[in-house]
Design a protein around this ligand. Structure first.
Ligand code: PLP
Length: 417
């Protein structure tokens, strides 16, 4: 086992051990023998983490500017989250949702207060949270006496999950291929195109499902005013506005939830990723009226709101509700975007665009992202691709300015290599 004694900055690049693949390689051989080969996995086995640093099985240190995968907003092994989880481990791990449990009730109270949406349902992942949104929209329209309204309008290039319904909601044909027949009731329109949404509304429409920023789709933000206009359109036609906050929520963009930048209130939102700081937990929050449609027996989850995940999420919502934390995210985001834009000026034929909000940042290249990501990893920087040509950064909110600076230096080195 590699041990982590200090949080030293990354070793100077010259002193970094050459990829000494002994333990990594053994584990990867075993992985290739036993794991389903459904991911394009980077060839390192991560073993430990602290803050924005992780270490692989051979003891090599990396700067993780992907923050898990937009999941560890408070950093790896955040001491307050660790203490909360440890405190719960000896008490009670799991009970059925046919009983109440305190951490879940506390979490519901905190999240609903932060969102202005009074009802919470807990599940285990983003895909499940979006399934809850889809079921909610259909059931609400049935209960309103509109059974023909079952269709969701979603957006091209969106990403909503991997279950059959959420993958169909996802507006990227590459994720549909091979899984036909897909469930009916989804229609996709260009992101940010209000006229196209208006044209797509019909007597079948139940709801509009939108990401405030398309994360997986390349870190693309909707034009200013788009969510507000969707809210108005939904009100005009009696539709539900569903906002997928799985990647943008829990402080990521400098507000607790990204829809708050536009001063609107959706009918329901989905959460996961940073909600549990790495513990698997998802949630659906909704209005009182919508919530009344999911009566006993209509929806549920065995593990949803599990006590261990809920205590972790309680720390996260407490921390990201602090105005200073949100100011930090916004300020660090501006600082990072500024540094990346300076890099773009130095490398104008390599970097096409730098974009983002808070600590969700995309760097679109003129070339494929994959080889750049591999070189970054060799230099000790972890990130991933959102689309073929965009590098995605979603660092912990606790990341330091020095780490962000170092990330830009390592990226420059990789782009020049
Ligand atoms: N929605 C959005 C916006 C996401 O970014 C993701 C995951 O990347 C999902 C849904 C699916 O979440 P999960 O992988 O937890 O099912």
């Amino acid at each position: 086992m590699a041990t982590v004694s200090t949080l030293n900055p990354l070793q100077p690049e010259a002193a970094r051990a050459p990829a000494s693949p002994a333990k990594n390689a053994q584990w990867i051989d075993k992985a290739k023998a036993h794991l389903l080969q459904n991911y394009k996995q980077q060839p390192i086995v991560l073993e430990r983490g602290l803050g924005s640093r992780v270490w692989d099985a051979d003891g090599r240190e990396y700067l993780d500017l992907l923050g898990g995968i937009a999941t560890c907003g408070l950093g790896h092994c955040n001491p307050e989250v660790v203490a909360a989880v440890r405190g719960q481990l000896d008490k009670l791990w799991h009970v059925s949702n046919v009983f109440y449990s305190q951490p879940q009730i506390d979490l519901a109270a905190r999240l609903t207060a932060a969102a202005g949406l009074p009802r919470a349902f807990f599940c285990n992942s983003g895909g499940e949270a979006n399934e809850a949104l889809i079921k909610l929209a259909r059931k609400v329209q049935k209960d309103r006496g509109q059974p023909g309204r079952y269709e969701l309008i979603t957006f091209e290039n969106s990403f909503h999950g991997r279950t059959l319904a959420t993958v169909t909601a996802t507006g990227q044909p590459k994720y549909h291929k091979g899984f036909e027949p897909l469930p009916e009731g989804f229609t996709h329109v260009p992101y940010g195109d209000l006229d196209a949404v208006r044209r797509a509304v019909s007597e079948r429409t139940a709801a509009i499902l939108v990401e405030p920023i398309q994360g997986e789709g390349g870190v693309r933000q909707a034009p200013p005013g788009f969510l507000k206009a969707l809210r108005a359109l939904c009100d005009e036609h009696g539709l539900l506005l569903l906002v997928d906050e799985i990647q943008t929520g829990m402080g990521r963009t400098g507000k607790v939830f990204a829809y708050q930048h536009e001063g609107i209130l959706p009918d329901a939102i989905s959460l996961a990723k940073s909600l549990g700081n790495g513990m698997p937990i998802g949630a659906m929050l909704c209005t009182e009226e919508a919530g009344q449609s999911l009566t006993p027996g209509t929806h549920g989850s065995t593990f949803g709101g599990n006590l261990i995940a809920a205590v972790a999420a309680n720390v996260v919502i407490r921390k990201v509700s602090e105005p200073q934390m949100l100011r930090d995210v916004a300020q660090k985001g501006e600082f990072f975007l500024g540094r990346l834009r300076e890099l773009q000026v130095r490398l104008p034929t390599v970097i096409k665009e730098v974009r983002g909000l808070g600590l969700l940042v995309g760097v679109e290249l003129f070339q494929d992202a994959a080889p750049v990501i591999a070189r970054c990893r060799d230099f000790g920087l972890l990130l991933n691709a959102a689309g073929d040509k965009t590098l995605r950064f979603a660092p912990a909110y606790t990341v330091s300015h020095d780490d962000l600076d170092q990330g830009v230096r390592l990226l420059e080195k990789a782009l020049r290599a």
